[in-house]
Design a protein around this ligand. Structure first.
Ligand SMILES: [Zn+2]
Length: 402
């Protein structure tokens, strides 16, 4: 367990309330890995004044960043395909030659668990270096029981090896594996009746997700996956309305989903359903950018209905080969016209909500002592600059990385 200490000479962005919840010249007292007290330095209670002190040198402290939607565990990459397409190859030809998601499934199935761990650990390190303290990792490149188990076990092992918390999501209904070509309903039965029970028995998933889209699974098939998740008491999330409006977000809301993600084509009606259900909107500007989409998620409607908005990398080899949550802050502002305060809330407070975690995402007494120190004067700088990493230190459950 971490050493109890006080962090002084810092500006705090607590992310409590509407804006940044700033406290100038603040202090944080940490006890047993939790925030025991925070406020203005002058108000520090006597009981904490004798604790060891960390001088932050004026650095900004925010809650540790939370990346709430990633497909970080996979093997290989799709750079060759990226290059072929820019040289003029057609997507259909690449797919027919085993490219696209199928190439990642093939590479991931072929990789041993240790190889998968080694490749994924590099991506995780890049994220941690930018102040991330909690990350969600989905399966979905195995598409059979043995390989989905391998991915989820790898995610759990990554957590054991790093100072980061990992929330795992079973995404068996990500794509149709080749051995089930033309038999999507049979594959959904496999996901619900065979894969999910085994994964739940090993407690390898904290949530269940699906890809509801005309190139993936129908709303009816998605509902079957959600019903199965319910039987195991697992919360659900959904890749919804990314390329077309299939009322995926409304379906997610109907099941009380933690989040509906992507949402480029979501209707105002579905946004209202999300608001009523308390479902978080997870927006993924990296995929929007990489696919050169032009249809924006319904930001104005989400704001009007007060749906919490989270921002994430969607780290994956096909549509968002990105490990920078800081870059996503910038893209949320430039591409989606969100404010820097909204963007920062999207990778802290609202990202915690999207994972159903109520002990992090804000600097509040009683919450986990997960925070990041930044060499910036104002929190808007985190969204403003891109390609820079001003993270100078990270504190995980009260322990500082060195
Ligand atoms: Zn995704």
């Amino acid at each position: 367990m971490s050493a109890n200490a006080v962090w002084l000479n810092t500006k705090l962005a607590t992310m409590v309330g509407e804006g940044y919840g700033k406290i100038d010249d603040g202090a944080i007292a940490v006890d047993q890995g939790r925030i025991a007290w925070l406020g203005s330095r002058g108000d520090l209670p006597a009981e904490y004044r004798k604790l060891p002190r960390h001088d932050c040198g004026g650095a900004l402290i925010t809650p540790g960043l939370i990346d709430c939607h990633t497909h970080l565990v996979y093997a290989g990459n799709r750079a060759a395909e990226f290059e072929q397409r820019l040289q003029g190859a057609r997507y259909e030809d690449i797919a027919r030659a085993g490219g696209g998601i199928q190439s990642t499934v093939t590479a991931t199935r072929a990789a041993s668990e240790d190889e998968l761990l080694a490749q994924s650990a590099k991506r995780l390190s890049a994220m941690i270096a930018e102040g991330v303290t909690t990350i969600e990792i989905k399966s979905g490149y195995g598409l059979d029981l043995a390989n989905e188990l391998k991915i989820l076990r790898t995610a759990r092992r990554l957590a054991a090896h790093s100072s980061v918390e990992i929330s795992t999501t079973f995404l068996g209904a990500h794509a149709l594996p080749p051995e089930f070509a033309g038999r999507a309903d049979d594959y959904i039965a496999e996901v619900c009746d065979h894969m999910l029970p085994s994964i739940a028995a090993e407690a390898l998933a904290d949530a269940v997700d699906a890809f509801c889209e005309n190139i993936a699974f129908t709303p009816a098939q998605t509902a079957r996956v959600f019903d199965a998740a319910k039987r195991f008491g697992l919360p659900v999330k959904l890749h919804a309305d990314q390329l077309s409006d299939s009322s995926g977000a409304a379906l997610a809301a109907q099941y009380g989903a933690l989040s509906a993600d992507h949402l480029e084509c979501t209707s105002a009606e579905s946004v209202r359903a999300m608001a009523q259900a308390g479902t978080v909107a997870v927006l993924l500007p990296g995929a929007y950018y990489f696919l050169r989409e032009t249809r924006l998620p319904p930001i104005a409607e989400l704001r009007a209905q007060r749906v919490p908005i989270a921002i994430s990398t969607d780290c994956n080899p096909g549509t968002s080969p990105c490990t920078s949550l800081l870059l996503m802050l910038n893209m949320a502002c430039t591409l989606f016209r969100m404010t820097p305060a909204e963007a920062l809330a999207g990778v802290t407070r609202n990202a915690a909500l999207a994972l159903g975690l109520n002990d992090r995402g804000q600097l509040v007494a009683g919450m986990r002592a997960d925070f990041a120190l930044w060499d910036v004067r104002h929190p808007a700088e985190l969204s403003y600059a891109f390609g820079a990493n001003p993270c100078v230190a990270r504190v995980f459950a009260g322990d500082r990385d060195d």
